[in-house]
Ligand binder design. Structure first.
Ligand code: PAF
Length: 282
């Protein structure tokens, strides 16, 4: 695995790969890697000749500075895992490499309603920061494919919108959410849970499965209340949302007729850690 710290050197190297006719797959990450990330590397390797991964804890997407300070950093282990997974190139830039002109950006991405609902509502500015960094990374790596985890369902939609808006020639592939044996969605933030928190964290998935199981038998509002109760009973201090939405638009559904592709999503705090998850209801 070749490691690049400078954008110019990486971009030059990518040009040599492209000159050989190689397709490039890109897996952007913020490190603290787990099997979910590695499954995206595997997916990229089956589709593309070369797989580029980036590790960059992007300051502009953290609406809560404490969350940024506490974001887990496990770089040596990450490098080991990426090497074992067969990653060809790792991009490991500094903050000034990505933001040479400083962190404030004059570009505003028009994300429509996606910016005002769910994650957009509870994390103001988050998706602008995500677009800022992903736009920059895509301009450097110029991949044919970008691989993202479906655990961040709304982020996948935002990045798809960014790609269309800017007209980038890249195809987004969303990888299935990987789960621990008890159902907890794999996430870098799980590392920050206490032992008892880790045991209780699975309630968020149980609540979403409760929705999936009962969607045809119950009305939406009582079903959401049930799900919130499951999460609260497990000791979560605060629930940002439990929503049942149209999977294509992310607009909340008031009723279901079994014909609209539906997604149930939740975000809640446990041990001061904000966990999110979603389950597709076919
Ligand atoms: O999902 C993430 O880890 C980040 O939001 C991303 C896409 C790497 C941008 O910083």
């Amino acid at each position: 695995m070749i490691i690049f710290k400078h954008a110019k050197n990486l971009a030059d190297y990518i040009l040599t790969l492209k000159a050989k006719g190689q397709t490039i797959g890109f897996v952007p990450t913020m490190g603290a890697l787990h099997q979910g990330h590695l499954s995206l590397v595997t997916q990229s390797k089956t589709t593309c000749a070369s797989t580029v991964c980036s590790i960059f804890v992007n300051p502009t997407q953290f609406n809560d500075p404490k969350d940024f300070e506490k974001y887990p950093v496990t770089i040596e282990n990450d490098i080991l895992l990426l090497e074992r997974a067969g990653t060809d190139v790792l991009f490991l830039p500094s903050v000034t490499e990505i933001y040479p002109a400083g962190l404030t950006s004059s570009i505003h991405y028009d994300l429509g309603n996606l910016e005002n609902i769910l994650e957009g509502f509870y994390r103001p500015g988050h998706f602008q920061g995500v677009c800022q960094v992903v736009h920059t990374l895509l301009s450097i790596v110029t991949p044919d494919y970008i691989f993202l985890g479906q655990k961040d369902y709304q982020q996948c939609m935002v990045i798809q919108k960014l790609i269309q808006q800017v007209g980038l020639p890249v195809v987004l592939k969303a990888g299935e959410t990987l789960r621990e044996p008890d159902g907890l969605a794999m996430s870098s933030r799980n590392l920050r849970l206490t032992n008892s928190g880790r045991q209780n964290a699975t309630a968020i998935y149980k609540a979403l499965i409760h929705i999936k199981t009962n969607i045809n038998a119950m009305a939406i509002e009582p079903l959401k209340l049930d799900a919130m109760e499951i999460i609260k009973r497990a000791g979560f201090a605060e629930i940002d949302y439990v929503e049942i939405c149209d999977a294509t638009t992310l607009l909340p559904l008031k009723t279901t007729n079994g014909k609209v592709r539906t997604v149930a999503l939740a975000a809640a705090f446990l041990d001061g850690v904000r966990l999110i998850d979603n389950v597709i209801i076919a």
